[in-house]
Design a protein around this ligand. Structure first.
Ligand code: ITT
Length: 229
């Protein structure tokens, strides 16, 4: 039996919600960032939701798809832009992550421009060097920062859900650690006494902005799949 008659049989209004109760459903992560993809897949598979009910694909499966321009003024606007654009091109429910670092002493910068803080085409290293330079001489008690992650889930053209996660830390005065990506080597997490780049992926996911946000997204997806939302 094809999908639609089954949906009618179930008497459901929303195709994705209904079909997901019967089949493994596709969900596309609206990113090509391999570090994010690995972290997100790990978080979504923590209680087998991803492995049993969801087939997770990413923009890496669509090499010819054009980049979505991040023209929003906030992480929330950019997450929505990415999720909507990817949904409208693929027709597949899309999860987008827009994230970044907000440094207290820099009035929340680099924030929404975290990826390109040191200029177009910059590397993670360039960004960290620029950040450490700007914070030179600033005492520890004024080096607080927040990692923020906003996740948008586009279920259809006009059904959009937003969740958010954040974590507080302190910007170090040099890069420490080899793991992770981006600003991880300069983000010291006092509760564990290490930078994010000194944590294993599991340790980082347990406490990170992305861990918090995607665990909320996962609960939302579980509720949608069981038709309770
Ligand atoms: P996509 O837009 O394709 O998802 P991106 O790397 O451009 O990938 P963002 O626009 O969300 O992602 O920018 C996020 C930047 O913020 C990222 O490039 C890092 O510099 C930084 N960042 C975000 N999450 C981070 C994390 O967990 N650890 C370290 N740096 C992070």
């Amino acid at each position: 039996m094809s999908v639609l008659p089954r949906v009618r049989l179930l008497g459901c209004r929303d195709a994705w919600r209904c079909v997901s109760t019967v089949f493994q459903m596709k969900l596309i992560l609206a990113t090509r960032n391999q570090h994010k993809i690995e972290e997100i897949k790990k978080i979504l598979s923590e209680d087998n939701v991803a492995t049993q009910k969801l087939e997770i694909i990413t923009l890496r499966d669509f090499p010819n798809m054009p980049e979505v321009e991040e023209t929003g003024k906030t992480m929330k606007e950019n997450a929505i832009l990415k999720a909507k654009a990817v949904y409208s091109i693929t027709g597949i429910p899309a999860l987008a992550d827009d994230s970044g670092l907000e440094v207290d002493a820099l009035k929340g910068a680099p924030g929404v421009v975290s990826a390109r803080f040191a200029g177009p085409g910059c590397t993670y290293k360039d960004n960290n060097v620029k950040l450490l330079g700007l914070l030179k001489g600033i005492p520890d008690d004024k080096r607080g920062a927040t990692f923020r992650c906003v996740v948008a889930l586009a279920l259809s053209q006009d059904d959009l859900r937003i969740v958010e996660g954040k974590v507080r830390g302190i910007i170090t005065d040099k890069e420490i650690g080899e793991n992770g990506f981006g600003y991880d080597p300069v983000f010291y997490y006092p509760e564990l006494g290490k930078t994010f780049a000194q944590l294993t992926q599991e340790e980082k996911n347990r406490v990170s902005h992305r861990g918090v946000a995607f665990r909320k997204a996962k609960e939302l997806i579980k509720r949608l799949m069981t038709n309770n939302e």
